[in-house]
Design a protein around this ligand. Structure first.
Ligand SMILES: [Zn+2]
Length: 126
């Protein structure tokens, strides 16, 4: 399952970052997902929930930022939204030598670390 391997890669990257941030938990992870990345958001959210179990990310929410596919014609420089399935021929001149400007993104945009440390919680409990 494509989404499961993506979710595991995301969890792995955030776990590494958590170590350097000395984080006690993660509230949310925002992923930038391109329209043409071939990812099913619901499947990704489900896989992410499973991949988070037993890690510092347990209970974290997965948010996605949708990035529209855009292409540019290398002949006449026209730009257009590709849509899905993508239209990759120029609408102006019909040329198929086009350049994809965006839409293949699949990256971590932001991580919201859980606030408060274990130490603060322990003091309150006393
Ligand atoms: Zn063109």
């Amino acid at each position: 399952m494509h989404e499961m391997s993506i979710a595991m890669a995301v969890v792995c990257q955030v776990e590494e970052a958590a170590l350097t941030h000395d984080a006690v938990g993660v509230e949310a992870v925002t992923l930038r997902v391109g329209e043409l990345a071939g990812v099913v958001p619901e499947a990704l959210r489900f896989s992410f929930g499973l991949a988070c179990e037993g890690t510092v990310l347990a209970g974290a929410e997965l948010l996605t930022e949708h990035v529209r596919g855009r292409a540019r014609c290398t002949s006449c420089a026209a730009e257009w939204a590709t849509g899905m399935p993508p239209r990759l021929c120029c609408e102006q001149c019909g040329d198929s030598r086009t350049e994809l400007l965006s839409g293949r993104e699949l990256q971590i945009a932001t991580v919201r670390w859980a606030t408060g440390s274990r130490r603060a919680l322990a003091l309150e409990e006393l």
